[in-house]
Unconditional design. Structure first.
Length: 223
């Protein structure tokens, strides 16, 4: 008896554009056909001071936002009134809510979360959409094509360093170095690693207290 194979569908969830808010999907697009390819790119920021004396060591200034590229295959030739332009419009709205439709009442374009199985999960915003139509009905309605989405992750926001910029009096800032964790920062700043939750509450963009991105600015509130 042959084993039944269940394919996990990739999904793209559209989220309210609020950092640190609940991830309640405004709309979910389930891919009818899983991507043929998935690519992710990362890069780092380095600066090289100018010097007349010769070669100067480059300084690491943290990572640039990662980005992914996903090609979505769309085909509604099997539907009597199939028209892929409806799904394409949703992707286009993710770059410009003024187009109307699902996201017109949002303060900005929505955030998105691309998920495929248990290994691929990427949250960011849709930077660009490129659509190629390849088959049409006699009346001109497109029924087959591809939409290539470029999604860029959020870069950690700059945090206030003094009371005049919105921070609580006594608040300081720590720039994350390789190997830093919230408990280790809490131990260095407060003398107790167990106070890491105080720092986590002041930095809602941190998803994992044990995995901090070097170069990120972390707000250190008074305790």
């Amino acid at each position: 008896m042959a084993l039944e194979t269940t394919w996990t569908k990739a999904v793209l969830k559209f989220l309210p554009p609020v950092l640190g808010g609940p991830e309640i999907a405004l709309h979910t697009e389930t891919f009818d056909f899983n991507p043929k390819e998935f690519s992710i790119s990362r890069s780092a920021q380095w600066s090289v001071p100018q010097a007349k004396s010769g070669v100067v060591q480059a300084e690491y200034n943290g990572p640039n936002p990662s980005q992914i590229s996903v090609e979505v295959f769309l085909d509604e030739t099997d539907k009597p009134n199939g028209d892929i332009s409806k799904k394409v419009d949703v992707f286009l709205q993710a770059t410009n809510p003024a187009l109307g439709g699902l996201f017109k009442n949002l303060p900005s374009a929505p955030f998105v979360l691309f998920q495929w199985g248990s290994k691929i999960s990427f949250k960011g915003y849709v930077e660009s959409v490129a659509v190629r139509y390849s088959l049409f009905r006699p009346n001109g309605d497109p029924v087959r094509g591809t939409a290539t989405l470029t999604i860029k992750e959020f870069k950690a926001p700059m945090l206030p360093t003094n009371p005049s910029s919105g921070g609580e009096p006594g608040t300081t800032q720590h720039r994350v170095k390789a190997g830093d964790t919230l408990p280790s920062i809490a131990y260095r700043e407060y003398g107790r690693a167990s106070d890491w939750r105080t720092i986590a509450d002041a930095n809602p963009f941190i998803d994992d207290p044990m995995r901090l991105r070097p170069g990120t600015n972390v707000l250190i509130p008074p305790i």
